[in-house]
Unconditional design. Structure first.
Length: 86
């Protein structure tokens, strides 16, 4: 988003899910329009947008490492199917 848009420009996400791209756009002073047909994702996204607008949404700062849970985490589809014997 930062590489492809400037402040005030529009960001469009036709499959916006839980509004992560919308929040990123708004945080970086872009305009946003998106669509989501899954009512579960829509509800979660709306809740996250409301929390963001109130300054209550917990966000990971840029440059902060992504949390890696302890123990083994399945990384790809092939590993999953091999584990299941499929």
């Amino acid at each position: 988003m930062l590489a492809l848009t400037n402040e005030g420009e529009w960001v469009f996400d036709p499959f916006m899910g839980v509004a992560s791209s919308a929040i990123a756009a708004l945080k970086r002073r872009r305009r946003f329009v998106g669509a989501e047909i899954n009512t579960g994702y829509y509800g979660t996204g709306l809740e996250r947008l409301n929390l963001f607008s109130q300054g209550k949404l917990k966000l990971r700062q840029m440059g902060t490492p992504i949390y890696e849970p302890p123990g083994k985490v399945r990384r790809d589809r092939e590993e999953f199917f091999n584990e299941k014997g499929l």
